[in-house]
Ligand binder design. Structure first.
Ligand code: PAF
Length: 295
């Protein structure tokens, strides 16, 4: 595995890669099996798999966990080596933000997609995500990039950026990898002790319960959302949102008789740890986001 950290090293590599298909998996490190599953998916689409590890300061709000975000480059390196990653790109902040990360050139997401769900509780979060992903795409020039469906809103916003800005990357979405308990794998799970981990199972259970209600023909979306919200509160979560949305663009469900493809999404806090999760409904025929074809 090659390790790169600077723009000049990357430039040299991208020249060498000219005949190859390169896949990028952007991460913030503290890797787990969810990330490693993305490598397998990337490998199916590319000759060279690059994983970036960078805890991006611009996607954290002032009161969020940037300084506490788990960092474990040594263990990440070992896991990537074992998983067959070809290139680890672990830049310092100056490489991605040469003029600092307080005032920097930004990519802004469309309001309707970003100022809802996670974007409401985390204003500016998706500006930071797009700004760093655009930098990574420009510097690494991958043909393919893989993102997990656990961050479903992020995935749609990145797809939208690529379409809107005419970027050449093919965005591949990857299913959420779960613990045997059903808990979606996340770097933040390591903040949960054994009791909290057991409690956290309730999040996935509530999503599944709502999906079953839809399966059984319930169409009172607002009531389903409220009931799930209460269920989460009773299970000890501080619930940020529980929402049933159209999977294409996360807009609210307006035609209750003709639902189409939906996504059931939730964000909660257990103590200080924020958890997000989502599932598709119906489970078969799921898809992620509009894929606009523009000539
Ligand atoms: O999903 C993440 O880990 C981050 O938001 C990403 C895409 C690596 C950008 O920093």
């Amino acid at each position: 595995m090659i390790e790169l950290a600077s723009r000049s090293e990357l430039l040299q590599q991208t020249l060498d890669w000219q005949q190859q298909v390169v896949a990028l998996i952007p991460t913030m490190g503290n890797l787990h099996n969810g990330h490693l599953s993305l490598i397998k998916i990337a490998r199916r689409h590319a000759d060279t798999v690059v994983v970036s590890v960078f805890v991006n300061p611009t996607q954290f709000g002032a009161n969020e966990d940037f300084s506490n975000y788990p960092r474990s480059l040594e263990s990440d390196r070992k896991q990537l080596l074992n998983a067959g990653c070809d290139v680890l790109f672990a830049p310092s902040p100056e490489v991605l933000y040469p003029f600092g990360s307080d005032d920097f050139t930004q990519v802004l997401p469309p309001i309707a997609l970003a100022n809802t769900l996670c974007g409401l509780a985390r204003p500016g979060h998706f500006n930071g995500v797009l700004s760093v992903v655009a930098r990574l795409f420009n510097l690494i020039q991958p043909q393919v990039a893989v993102f997990g469906e656990k961050d479903f809103q992020q995935l749609l916003i990145i797809k939208r950026m690529v379409t809107d800005l005419g970027m050449s990357q093919q965005i591949i979405s990857a299913p959420t990898i779960r613990e045997p308990s059903g808990l979606a794998m996340s770097s933040r799970n390591q903040h949960l002790d054994t009791t909290a981990k057991q409690q956290a199972m309730g999040l996935q259970q509530t999503l599944q319960h709502t999906a079953r209600q839809l399966d059984q023909g319930r169409r009172d979306i607002k009531l389903l959302e409220d009931q799930a919200f209460q269920q989460l509160q009773h299970a000890g979560f501080q619930t940020e949102y529980f929402s049933i949305r159209l999977a294409d663009d996360l807009s609210e469900v307006s035609n209750h008789n003709k639902l189409g493809q939906l996504r059931i999404l939730a964000a909660v806090k257990l103590g200080r740890t924020r958890l997000i999760d989502n599932i598709a409904w119906p489970v078969s025929g799921q898809q992620c986001g509009k894929s606009a074809t523009i000539d």
